[in-house]
Design a protein around this ligand. Structure first.
Ligand SMILES: *Cc1c(COP(=O)(O)O)cnc(C)c1O
Length: 424
């Protein structure tokens, strides 16, 4: 059978391997649920971005929220990446992992004053500002500290929903960014504020985008704005085109990062903007197919209407299916020769929404270890302790080398910060 995504994940005989490590062995040694990532797969996903941008000023800012484990951040920091953060917590992670604040861009519609101050003192490269109100507060905070905030405005290109209905964050009706029509005036205001230095422009039109066309549409809209903003007297140094490139979960066929970037650069050059620093904020496309979630089959519950395969991972470990009805491939880490049956793969959490996969054809027995594929992005970072379930461990493999990069949470960890009421 062919597996989606990573060439680093493959069967050798009946056994599923990530890099040179047999996944069944990892489950046995470290228990389940268990996230396993391939460092090589992450670097291989980064390579086409780097190749395509070689020879021109650029910065690839890995979007931390996709997978914020320190070892993942360390991997990208060592590969020369910057980071796209959405909180002071993520900034702290980047610094703890050896990343440099001077390569950090700070996105998000709701930065607090305290977060702004922390990021200013750390010396982040740029605040991606999402509203006039935020701009005013940032100016106040920066001036109060005697510092200057370098900013870009996140503009909402309002890419035609009729043409590209799957784009979810670049449309007028959502909470992100400054409306296209207001951008020139907002830049004029930014240029007049103390404590603010305009350095760029950015957009981020959505996630799991599998076509180039919406990016090109958004780029045209952004370049129109850059020309209008500069004509009005405010220089714009860099273009940050956000993240959002999709991955193959099942049969999607997104463009390669190199192909996408080549087309974007062609337009940038053709319109006379080739001198600008170009930035991207990829998350999912760098880590999504570099990771799997391993889970053990506990019970099989064949039924009149449905067959349930109860596994030890649940919606608290991997929220995407429950939250977005996302399809993620599920395979047995040891292929069986028995006839496959159709199962709903469900977890132990007390919610009917707690499922990982529906109507999957699998040959399984209790004790088997299943792998949920493409789980490297928005997996562990969205995990919770719902039902007082500790979050699983995380491993990084590199060839045959295995490193524990996060310990499994203990039950004591789960209520460490809680207090009983004082006795009366
Ligand atoms: C989430 C996010 C990204 C990364 O998106 P992916 O789809 O994971 O590539 C980049 N930029 C911003 C502002 C984001 O919110």
């Amino acid at each position: 059978m062919t597996l989606p995504g990573s060439p680093f994940l493959a069967y050798r005989g009946p056994d599923l391997y990530l890099d040179d490590v047999r996944l069944g062995d990892l489950a046995e040694q470290h228990g389940t649920p268990l996230y396993v990532y391939s460092r090589r797969a992450m670097l291989a996903a980064l390579a086409p971005y780097q190749r395509a941008l070689q020879g021109r000023p650029h910065l690839i800012c890995y979007a931390v929220k996709a997978n914020s484990n320190l070892a993942v951040l360390q991997t990208f920091a060592q590969a020369g990446c910057g980071f796209d953060i959405v909180s002071a917590g993520e900034l702290a992670r980047v610094l703890a992992a050896g990343g440099s604040a001077s390569k950090v861009v700070f996105s998000g519609v709701g930065k607090t004053r305290a977060e702004m101050a922390t990021a200013l003192k750390a010396g982040v490269k740029c605040f991606n500002v999402e509203s006039t109100a935020e701009l005013d507060v940032l100016s106040e905070v920066a001036s109060g500290l005697g510092l200057t905030a370098h900013i870009s405005l996140r503009v909402n290109p309002d890419v035609d929903a009729g043409t590209h209905p799957y784009i979810s964050t670049g449309l007028k009706g959502n909470k992100f960014g400054v409306a296209h029509e207001e951008a020139v005036a907002t830049y004029r205001r930014a240029a007049s504020l103390p404590g603010i230095q305009v350095t760029g422009i950015d957009c981020h039109i959505g996630s799991q985008i599998t076509e180039i066309a919406p990016y090109l549409d958004a780029l045209d809209r952004v370049l129109d704005l850059v020309e209008a903003i500069e004509a009005a007297g405010t220089p714009v140094h860099h273009l940050d085109l956000g993240g959002g490139l999709g991955i193959t979960y099942t049969n999607e066929t997104p463009p390669g990062a190199d192909q996408l970037i080549a087309e974007l650069l062609k337009k940038i050059d053709a319109r006379g903007h080739g001198h600008r620093e170009v930035m991207f904020e990829p998350g999912r496309s760098l880590v999504g197919n570099a990771g799997v979630l391993l889970t053990e089959v506990m019970f099989l519950k064949p039924g009149a209407q449905k067959n349930f395969c109860v596994v030890d991972a649940a919606m608290n470990d991997l929220m995407r299916p429950a939250l977005y009805e996302a399809y993620m491939e599920i395979v047995n880490t040891e292929q069986r020769s028995e006839v496959a049956t159709v199962w709903d793969i469900v977890g132990p959490v007390c919610e009917s929404g707690d499922w990982l996969g529906r109507e999957r054809k699998l040959a399984v027995k209790p004790g088997d270890v299943l792998a949920v594929l493409s789980a490297g992005a928005y997996g562990m970072t969205m995990a919770s302790n719902y039902n007082t379930r500790g979050r699983g461990a995380e491993l990084m493999v590199d060839g045959a080398k295995v490193s524990l990069i996060r310990e499994r949470e203990t039950i004591a960890d789960l209520y460490r910060h809680e207090k009983l009421l004082p006795s009366a």
